[in-house]
Design a protein. Structure first.
Length: 78
């Protein structure tokens, strides 16, 4: 989670977007966005993170940790 949060601020800076402006765009209080980006103990809601990412043209992607076996291989071992 820390890596995800830490990746947001450089994108904000590159886009010339302040934390206050980001907060306004996602309908949050400026202090909430500041806390999200600076407080290591904060546990932000996934919905909030997705709103932030959407505003800075990023998305969250899930990928398997290891390659999936083909259904033929999986069935043979069952």
């Amino acid at each position: 989670m820390d890596s995800l949060i830490n990746a947001i601020e450089p994108v904000l800076i590159a886009a010339g977007l302040s934390k206050a402006e980001l907060a306004r765009r996602i309908g949050a209080k400026p202090e909430s966005v500041r806390r999200l980006l600076s407080d290591q103990r904060d546990n932000p809601a996934l919905g909030t993170i997705l709103k932030v990412l959407g505003e800075i043209d990023l998305h969250l992607e899930l990928a398997p940790n290891r390659p999936q076996r083909s259904s033929r291989t999986a069935g043979a071992s069952a």
